[in-house]
Design a protein around this ligand. Sequence first.
Ligand code: UDX
Ligand code: UDX
Length: 435
Amino acid sequence: MKLAFIGTGYVGLVSGVMMSHLGHHVICIDVDKSKINLLKEQKSPIFEPNLESYLLNCSNQGRIEFSHGYDNKLSEVDCVFITVGTPSMEDGGADLSYIYEAADKVAQHIRPECVVVIKSTVPPGTCQSVQNLLIKNGFKNSVVSNPEFLREGSAISDFLNPDRIVVGTSDQHSALIMEQIYLPLINQGIKLVFTDLITSELIKYASNSFLAAKIAFINEMADLCEIVGADVEVLSEAVGLDKRIGASFLKAGPGFGGSCFPKDILALQKLTMASKGQFLLLDALITANQTRADKMVQKIKAALSNNLKNKTIAILGLTYKAGTDDLRSSPSIPIIEGLKKEGANIIAYDPKALKNVSKYFGSLDCRNSSIDAISDADALVIITEWPEFKDLDLATAKKVMKGNVIVDLRNILNPERVISNGFEYHSIGRRKLTS
Ligand code: UDX
Ligand code: UDX
């Protein structure tokens, strides 16, 4: 089939490349000319493990092309996926302007029988509004809702092995086209859940809110573990072994970030408020995560005898999770801001995000390796669980640092090893070990 993707961001690019890998002919369109120019050279503008090799392969086989304009090639496609961003507005609601802009431009080029799919996360009712807009331009089908569930860092395997594919549509033709598009995955036994537009749109918000709630729950449990002297790692493992609960998304840390969870729960809250409903659990979950960064700052302050003035703190890891170069809503942003407010000097290192730092932090003193960042530091704080931090050479770290405090906000280091190297070790939801 011939497919188009509008928006080559983290979701659109991975989905476009992987659809091409499944055998479809794909054209990816983005308004950002610099991204398209890179892609034409078979280089990925984002870091996503293995993406570039799939891109190269599909390009070499002539099944993927890139364009920065909405051109006549769109008149040849069977289906257009809209994958532009839906960021938060000031009031927490989803900014849908890119969706409508993309739909409007798409409408000027597609054939009336082309299927239009909204893959971006949008509040219930949006697909219907897009459909109304398209119908004015002679469009014949129902718009399809097909939410994405790709995690950055493992987006390719999430695409190839999804737990389910959700399709919201009200017409048979669109349903058939969606089945044909996903046939290689359906043939592997992946379940395709068909539903109406509104339910499909809400499924995405329900999934992300529930996962975010699991994380917020374990984070608050970690706080309680610290108070009563329990160990959140063992607790999380034992609780997760209960099949009714499940082990995933029970890792305590500095709070959830990224381009989806924080914005999606705010959009759901906004939606609930607009319909004069109540979602008390969601309100609590938002507050729990928003206050998490300050708790982390207080934890770091307590580890440094309650005084951060003129202390040099080395931050290892800036991205909201490992495996991505994405800094959107990363907990590192409010944590670093909080530490600076307390008078600390920050020196940071991240293996993939340094090129994006100025957009999110303004001026931040960054170094090119962990050892460079921690040299002469009073404390070392791990914010992201990058594998290379697990293997940090602690003997060298002890030699180059001025102080001996490690605050591990992801519980990735081995406590005994840290202590035996002469450090004071602070982690999340565990008793403080002393030598
Ligand atoms: C996606 C979804 O769109 C979002 O709703 C979902 O919740 C998370 O995943 P993401 O891929 O992370 O967002 O967004 P981003 O990386 O910002 O990519 C959006 C792309 O769309 C950018 O490359 C941007 O240049 C492009 N774009 C934006 C257009 O091509 N046209 C526009 O009108 C607006
Ligand atoms: C999420 C959804 O999982 C995915 O389906 C899609 O909708 C896009 O949004 P993503 O944001 O890429 O994916 O990453 P995810 O792995 O879900 O992690 C989100 C945040 O939660 C990160 O900050 C991560 O560090 C944090 N997290 C995750 C935890 O703190 N503990 C956990 O156990 C899991």
